[in-house]
Design a binder for this molecule. Structure first.
Ligand code: SF4
Length: 323
């Protein structure tokens, strides 16, 4: 077969479940072995997984006020603010904490920012770069210090921000942002506040960076179509979708292999496949097998080091630097 007629499907690797999501799901399954569990918010942004846990006896509520006294409660991978945790403690619940350690690390950093500012006797503010304020992760982080966190969500927020003289500023970010955009915004904020404290290693998590990096390699092959596996409410999947669209691919977001219709990719000689960190990779793999049977050559494009499959808990709290 000539190069021109060879159809190719590019798999952006890694894809699908990150260590944090896999860990949360395992925690839920283990906890259900010991009796009923109420999940606070979707445990992970994956409705098939949430429904399968419901079938095993797990219930989900969105607001901690609805948690019954004394219940066994699981905090989702997206975390929870200290005030909400207090509410759970007041209700004498048994808390099973499945906050991803990389989200917990951002909470710890907000607490550390307060310690540093208080020790120096300064007024302080964390500029928190994030997306949807209704998403659980930003809600939980902002809830750590609502009076001392300024959300930075748009280009206008960055442009219009005016520092208060004498105030101590810190930067933290949501874990699932577009890596390039987060770094660009940090640079622009640093121009306004040269001594701003930024997280030493950044807050955008390795899983988000790796999935975006791998997709960047795939998009450089100029696929006509991109199939992204994941949920519409998943923050890191939505960044992958935006990347595909920005590169000019026709992008379809699906949750399962069964949702992929032939018409989505028919006629495309280059197809990209990716999956967000809360998507089960089995769906992408199943679709790749179908493409292979349909005559596509499969190419895996890999990015980053092999990902950890577990975490050190409790999370290591990195300090800030101000360069
Ligand atoms: S995407 Fe990142 S922060 Fe979110 S659960 Fe996975 S590893 Fe943790």
């Amino acid at each position: 077969m000539s190069e021109e007629t060879q159809k190719i499907a590019y798999k952006a690797y890694p894809l699908g479940f990150c260590a944090g999501v896999a860990w949360s799901i395992d925690n839920a399954k283990r906890a259900l072995n010991d009796g009923p569990v109420t999940g606070l918010g979707n445990l992970v942004n994956n409705f098939p997984v949430v429904h399968s846990l419901e079938a095993r006896g797990m219930t989900f509520v969105e607001d901690p006020v609805y948690i019954p006294e004394g219940a066994r409660v699981m905090i989702s991978a997206h975390g929870l603010s200290e005030s909400e945790r207090r509410l759970l403690r007041d209700k004498k619940t048994q808390i099973i904490d499945s906050t991803c350690p990389l989200v917990a690390k951002v909470h710890e950093r907000v607490k550390r920012a307060k310690e540093i500012a208080v020790a120096e006797g300064r007024d302080w503010d964390v500029l928190y770069i994030c997306k949807d304020l209704e998403h659980r992760e930003p809600k939980g982080v902002i809830g750590e210090a609502p009076d001392n966190i300024t959300p930075i969500r748009t280009e206008e927020d960055v442009k219009d921000f005016v520092p208060v003289p004498g105030k101590m500023y810190f930067i933290d970010t949501q874990t699932t942002l577009n890596t390039g955009k987060a770094l660009a915004w940090i640079d622009r904020l640093r121009e306004k506040i040269p001594d701003i404290r930024i997280p030493d290693l950044g807050d955008v998590c390795f899983a988000t960076q790796n999935r975006q990096g791998a997709l960047g390699l795939v998009l450089a092959r100029e696929p006509q179509v991109m199939i992204a596996f994941g949920s519409r409410i998943s923050s890191n999947t939505s960044e992958l979708v935006k990347m595909g669209k920005a590169a000019g691919a026709e992008v379809y977001l699906v949750e399962t292999a069964e949702e992929v219709q032939r018409g989505m990719f028919e006629g495309a000689s280059r197809v990209a496949v990716t999956a967000g960190a809360s998507a089960d990779p089995m769906h992408a793999d199943k679709f790749m097998r179908q493409l292979s049977v349909g005559g596509y050559k499969i190419e895996d494009l890999r990015f980053g080091k092999p990902e950890p499959v577990n975490f050190n808990i409790p999370p290591r709290v990195e300090d800030y630097r101000n360069t």
